[in-house]
Design a protein around this ligand. Structure first.
Ligand code: NAD
Length: 265
């Protein structure tokens, strides 16, 4: 098994990474940063997001494992004081994995160029200097004219991140669906949006056609993109999925309770 360790720069993560690398070497694991079978991230959910984008071209062959140096995260099953247990689990690995949907984003620009992105959490389209105006289509049919700060399209695993801050529902990650949430929509006698999150079916896609301005901002997970004038952006469930090596099971709703309510502790 080829393994790599991907960590953020906080001291606790560096210490945990050094310890893990030593244990992996002693356990005769092959360390391979370029073509790993397993990527172990040490940090938080943001570190897992960064590792996902670093290895986005090898998703078919990689399984991720997240180690958290703080509390438990949504993409992290292990804490930094459990590294010995993690190495034992790796030695007993029998290829077990779970996989979750990703968001496919295709942006087509007025100058006939295009761009393609994969998101693990979400992608947003926003306008910071004034109202964003965009037509919204679902499965090719006109749905609404949106006016407001922006729109967020999230994966199920991303539903506990930005989407939740926009009033979106927390979605179980085994669902094959996307969620669209509004960011400060304008609703009055002139402008009307649905004003509630929508969750689309597996075979549906969402298209935005913003009015021809060149000052929109796109985000894809932690990345901020300043695109040229946008003609159309299409969001759908990606054919690729992210795979996690899951050696122990934690119920999704326990994770949600632990992160947002914490009454059990
Ligand atoms: P960051 O460090 O600012 O992370 C923001 C927080 O989101 C962190 O606490 C992180 O642990 C948490 N987080 C990330 N993914 C999560 C998930 N799937 N479920 C629950 N919590 C999650 O920035 P970053 O580490 O670069 O992460 C980028 C993410 O930040 C974006 O994908 C977006 O979801 C989130 N974000 C949220 C808001 C908001 O809630 N208003 C605004 C911008 C970005």
């Amino acid at each position: 098994m080829r393994v790599t360790v991907f960590h953020n720069s906080i001291p606790a993560s560096i210490t945990a990474a050094q310890k893990l690398i030593k244990l992996l070497k002693n356990g005769h694991f092959e360390l391979d940063e370029r073509h790993p079978d397993v990527v172990i991230t040490i940090g938080g959910d943001g570190t897992l997001l960064s590792a996902f984008h670093r290895y986005a071209d090898q998703l078919d062959t990689i399984r991720f494992i997240g180690v958290h140096t703080g509390h438990l995260g949504f993409y992290t099953d292990w804490r930094d004081f459990e590294i010995e247990d993690l190495v034992i689990a790796l030695k007993e690995d029998s290829g077990q994995s779970v996989s979750y949907p990703l968001l496919d984003v295709r942006a087509m620009y007025a100058d006939a160029t295009s761009a393609h992105y994969l998101a693990l959490n979400e992608s947003t389209l926003k306008r910071l200097n004034g109202t964003m105006r965009t037509e919204v289509y679902i499965k090719g049919d006109f749905f609404e004219s949106f006016r407001g700060d922006g729109l967020c399209v999230s994966t199920p695993t991303g539903s506990t991140a930005y989407s939740k801050s926009n009033g979106g529902a927390v979605m179980h990650p085994r669902l094959d669906a996307l969620q669209v949430t509004e960011i400060a929509s304008i609703n009055n006698r002139v402008f009307r949006t649905l004003s509630s999150p929508i969750i689309t079916a597996p075979d549906e896609w969402v298209t935005l056609e913003p009015t021809g301005r060149d000052d929109y901002v796109m985000t894809v997970d932690q990345f901020v993109i300043n695109p040229p004038t946008i003609k159309q952006i299409r969001y759908k469930i990606a054919k690729e999925r992210i795979h996690f090596a899951r050696y122990r099971h934690m119920h999704f709703w326990d994770r949600v309770e632990d992160a947002f309510i914490g009454a059990k502790h």
